[in-house]
Design a protein around this ligand. Structure first.
Ligand SMILES: *Cc1c(COP(=O)(O)O)cnc(C)c1O
Length: 345
């Protein structure tokens, strides 16, 4: 099976499994797991933040950050197709009590003017009628926007505008390292524009699970409390942290190959009759396309491809393909040939 449906499909490599099996471990919940502690230090350093906290998932990083930066009834300003809005079970509302003030964009990136417009709708100070926006969230890269990179100057401008308004800024950095590799901007430069951020180890970095949230000492102390509260405190988690450390050593630079493969995939699909690629020049590892041919619907095509051994995902009005560690050029070429053949039929 060629699993192009998501970069979460990466399986731990033999070398990664070996270091995981041999990891030094302790009781993580008590702060006694040496591998987890090493990973937290490593990420804090990578992002030039005071402290970092290991968590089992990116979704929990977002939930804890929302909780730590706001109070129930506040508003969070966030792009309308952000993972926080579309794919986290309404946690912002259910578990944190937030109103969402969406900013509508095509590709997931907005500038300070769009933030101003949102703040003209919601305001930053409580009034008898409205609520107050305490937090802005950005997504690096923006998944449903097309794997879009927030350019550093745009991010800085939005961060500074938010700080001027007394708001906090949080980055969902599920694919932060893809953004860093694609743009040549160090992850720490992006991190300097926000109060808190996290990166995921289960996407292109290829670890089986784990995410690390970073920020100020005070923020991380509070995050630790919510980690316990939400059931995210673990025991011998060093087994997993060792895989994450391995990923930082071996799987970051190679993300450039995924980006190159995504570009090749996008251009090859775009050349097939009846296919329109939304992002023919993908910035990172994702390709979104639609089929415009009479009588062909997306779910039928996805089902046919799946039967033939290629997994792709439906994403709104598009089909999404994601290049990753387990889909090299040979797998990408096999997928292209199959799509070409099915489209010709
Ligand atoms: C995958 C993803 C998440 C959630 O991460 P998990 O580790 O799967 O919980 C959050 N934001 C974005 C943009 C993602 O792609």
């Amino acid at each position: 099976m060629i699993r192009l449906n998501s970069d979460t499909e990466t399986r731990p490599t033999t070398a990664m499994r070996k270091v995981m099996a041999e990891a030094e471990v302790g009781d993580e919940q008590r702060g006694d797991d040496p591998s987890v502690n090493r990973l937290q230090l490593r990420v804090a350093e990578l992002l030039s933040k005071e402290a970092a906290l290991f968590l089992p998932s990116g979704t929990l990083c977002n939930l804890i950050a929302l909780k730590a930066h706001t109070r129930p009834g506040d508003a969070v300003v966030v792009e309308h197709m952000a993972h926080i809005v579309r794919a986290e079970s309404g946690g912002a509302a259910l578990a944190v009590g937030l109103m969402v003030e969406p900013i509508v964009t095509d590709r997931g990136v907005f500038g300070p003017d769009a933030l101003d417009e949102a703040l003209a709708r919601v305001g930053t100070l409580p009034t008898p009628y409205g609520t107050s926006a305490r937090l802005v969230c950005v997504e690096q890269t923006h998944n449903l926007g097309g794997g879009t990179v927030w350019p550093l100057p745009t991010l800085r401008a939005v961060g500074e505008r938010a700080w001027t308004q007394g708001m906090a800024v949080h980055m969902d950095g599920a694919r932060l390292m893809n953004a860093a590799v694609a743009s040549g901007t160090p992850a720490a430069a992006f991190a300097a524009c926000v109060d808190s951020l996290w990166l995921d180890f289960t996407k292109g970095l290829g670890a089986p699970l784990g995410a690390v949230l970073a920020g100020s000492k005070e923020f991380i102390a509070e995050a630790r409390r919510y980690k316990q509260l939400f059931g995210g405190a673990l025991r011998q988690a060093g087994i997993v942290a060792a895989g994450c450390l391995y990923a930082l050593d071996h799987h970051v630079e190679r993300l450039a190959e995924d980006h190159e493969n995504a570009r090749h995939l996008a251009q090859s699909l775009d050349a097939i009759d009846g296919i329109r690629v939304r992002n023919p020049e993908p910035e990172t590892n994702m390709v979104f396309f639609e089929v415009r041919k009479a009588g062909l619907d997306h779910s039928a095509l996805i089902a046919r491809l799946h039967e033939a051994g290629v997994a792709l995902g439906a994403s709104g009005r598009y089909i999404r393909a994601v290049a990753h560690l387990d889909t090299g050029r040979a797998e990408i070429d096999a997928a292209i040939a199959l799509v070409d053949r099915l489209m010709a039929q």
